[in-house]
Ligand binder design. Structure first.
Ligand SMILES: Nc1ncnc2c1ncn2[C@@H]1O[C@H](COP(=O)(O)OP(=O)(O)OP(=O)(O)O)[C@@H](O)[C@H]1O
Ligand SMILES: [Mg+2]
Length: 220
């Protein structure tokens, strides 16, 4: 099996005055191609902390991070940004769409940063929105969309650059039951169809039961 990310002996703690809160203690985990992995555990157990480290948005106190068997150097910010830009997409609990931009403008935004030409950007953004079932909402602004639809736009934005891995932190937490099920089904479909790897932090049972792999973390 092809390894995409391997964390070895990761430690992460927060210092609050004299109190040391160890969130991850010598934690190791490995993810392989075509994963649909759920990081689960009680509130405060470190799901977001682990996801942020995997997404290179945060760095651990100690331990090693291998991306496709290559050791990442946490001190090399440029290398981290490159890996993130080239290979990762993100979905957040609160959608994080830009209110004044339409669906298609929100989705094409990451491509603007990667110097794609206007027509190419538009085409890719439209394709991504069609893939998530929003063909009719290309020109709607977030305020004109339901929560479920906004999360679909966010998923389209995450996959538009064809990333290898999509990281999602509690993607269903702001959705009602019906929309939560639709969103997790959509992610599962993209995993099957496009072979996009998904690593999802969630304490939602509807999400956890869909995991091909479940990484349980407890308070350490
Ligand atoms: N920036 C920070 N400074 C200090 N402590 C922090 C910081 N971020 C997180 N923590 C602490 O680390 C622990 C893990 O937090 P984390 O957000 O990873 O948990 P979680 O499993 O995602 O919880 P939830 O299910 O509520 O989202 C908590 O005890 C939290 O208080
Ligand atoms: Mg969290």
């Amino acid at each position: 099996m092809n390894s995409i990310i391997s964390l070895k002996n990761i430690t992460k703690f927060y210092q609050n005055g004299n109190v040391k809160n160890t969130v991850l203690n010598n934690f190791s985990v490995e993810f392989f191609h075509n994963c649909f992995s759920i990081i689960a555990g009680p509130s405060g157990s470190g799901k977001s902390t682990l996801l942020n480290i995997l997404a290179t948005l945060d760095i651990p106190g100690s331990g090693e991070y291998y991306f496709k068997n290559q050791l990442l150097d946490f001190r090399n910010k440029k290398e981290l940004v490159n890996v993130r830009k080239k290979h990762f997409g993100f979905v957040f609990q609160s959608f994080n769409l830009i209110p004044v931009l339409t669906s298609i403008e929100n989705v094409e935004l990451p491509l603007t940063l990667s110097n794609f030409k206007y027509n190419e950007r538009r085409k890719k953004a439209e394709e991504a929105l069609i893939l998530v079932g929003l063909k009719d909402k290309l020109n709607s602004r977030p305020g004109q969309l339901s929560g479920g639809e906004q999360q679909r736009v966010a998923i389209a934005r995450a996959i538009v650059g064809n990333p290898e891995i999509v990281f999602a932190d509690e993607p269903t937490a702001n959705l009602d039951r019906e929309n939560a099920v639709k969103i997790i089904n959509l992610m599962e479909e993209l995993n099957n169809l496009q072979l996009t790897n998904f690593i999802i932090a969630s304490h939602d049972d509807k999400v956890i039961k869909k995991g091909k792999e479940i990484i349980w973390i407890e308070n350490q």
